[in-house]
Design a protein around this ligand. Structure first.
Ligand code: FES
Length: 166
């Protein structure tokens, strides 16, 4: 089902708010991502058609912002900044060790489907590396001055809370 068919009221409200069609791209992407947590190629194509944009323009926006996704992920997205200032504070080593502990490569999801580890560009906390943002649906939490041990404790706590919630 298309985005316009699935969310007719929301699409109408967005178009009313942004009379210049192309200005509606961000809220439309947000809407497209609502259900699955990522935007499909078909979703991007539909948004491009609705807003008179090229699909590549829409895809480049999805690729640029760390809050938009074009692939399915685990329950949590752990987005580690390894941009240059953070790399100078050990972000690369942190990311490598973290992936080793979790048994995944960057971009992969833990076998239990809990955490997807991603490397992202600057998250505006350059003096607090190693740092990452954790996305849980719409909720984003920053973790700064992290160690691998503390991050693993966090993952364990998330695992536990998921089990307890069932
Ligand atoms: S470079 Fe990592 S937060 Fe800025």
């Amino acid at each position: 089902m298309s985005i316009a068919e699935k969310y007719p009221e929301e699409v109408k409200a967005i178009f009313t708010k942004y009379p210049v069609k192309r200005s509606a791209v961000m809220p439309m992407l947000y809407l497209a991502q609502r259900e699955e947590g990522f935007i499909t190629k078909a979703g991007m194509a539909e948004i491009a058609t609705l807003l008179d944009l090229d699909v590549t323009e829409v895809a480049s926006i999805v690729g640029f912002y760390s809050l938009y996704h074009d692939e399915k992920a685990g329950k949590y997205r752990m987005q580690v900044c390894n941009d240059l200032p953070c790399a100078l504070r050990g972000a690369d080593k942190f990311l490598e060790a973290l992936c080793g502990n979790l048994g995944v490569k960057v971009g992969e999801t833990t076998p239990d489907g809990l955490v997807t580890v991603e490397a992202v560009m600057c998250l505006a906390a350059c003096d607090k590396a190693p740092m990452f943002q954790m996305q849980d649906g719409d909720k984003v939490t920053y973790y700064e001055n992290m160690t691998v041990d503390r991050t693993m404790e966090l993952v364990e706590a998330l695992k536990k809370s998921g089990v307890e919630a069932k």
